[in-house]
Design a protein. Structure first.
Length: 178
């Protein structure tokens, strides 16, 4: 039986993953709506008010962070979990600043996402690792932070980083934002 308070919006452009996640949450009693873009999210908000949202960080060539901003502006109490295939500190921080309650790397399962909905506060018991960060990771985080700062505009990011646009595009192909 559906709980009317368990309205979930899944913002994901991968239809197969969205369908799988949707079915899994429906089995848990959620009323699920799926959107594949910011435009679809905005249309859906005209008739629905979700309590929870799962937002993919990368929606085609667009940023899921815009969806996080729009959802939080529409409903400040919504519990938003951002999913990404390439977690970075920069995007985690940005997603939380824009209103997400949690940030998970893909692949995340329904149990992990549902647990993240329940996390209102940080965990002071989270382990602090003393593992040095590699140069490649630092470079990627810097690129990703600049991408986030430019609204995921590749041309402007390349200009700010002082590299040719094609060079940046090649780096992004090797390690996509998803």
């Amino acid at each position: 039986m559906e709980d009317p308070a368990n309205r979930l919006l899944i913002v994901e452009d991968d239809e197969t993953f969205a369908r799988t996640l949707s079915r899994s949450f429906e089995r848990r009693g959620y009323r699920v709506h799926v959107a594949g873009s910011l435009e679809q999210v905005q249309q859906m908000l005209g008739s629905e008010r979700p309590d929870y949202a799962v937002v993919d960080l990368k929606l085609g060539t667009a940023s899921g962070l815009e969806c996080v901003r729009a959802l939080h502006a529409f409903h400040p109490d919504i519990r938003i979990v951002v999913l990404t295939g390439y977690a970075s500190i920069a995007t985690a921080v940005e997603s939380i600043k824009l209103g997400a309650s949690h940030y998970l790397p893909k692949p995340a399962n329904t149990d992990e996402i549902e647990a993240a909905f329940g996390k209102a506060d940080g965990d002071t018991a989270a382990p602090i690792t003393n593992q040095p960060t590699s140069i490649k990771t630092l470079e990627w985080e810097h690129i990703h932070q600049t991408l986030a700062d430019t609204g995921f505009n590749v041309s402007e990011t390349a200009r700010r980083l002082g590299m040719h646009r094609r060079t940046l595009a090649r780096k992004l192909e090797k390690r996509p934002l998803r």
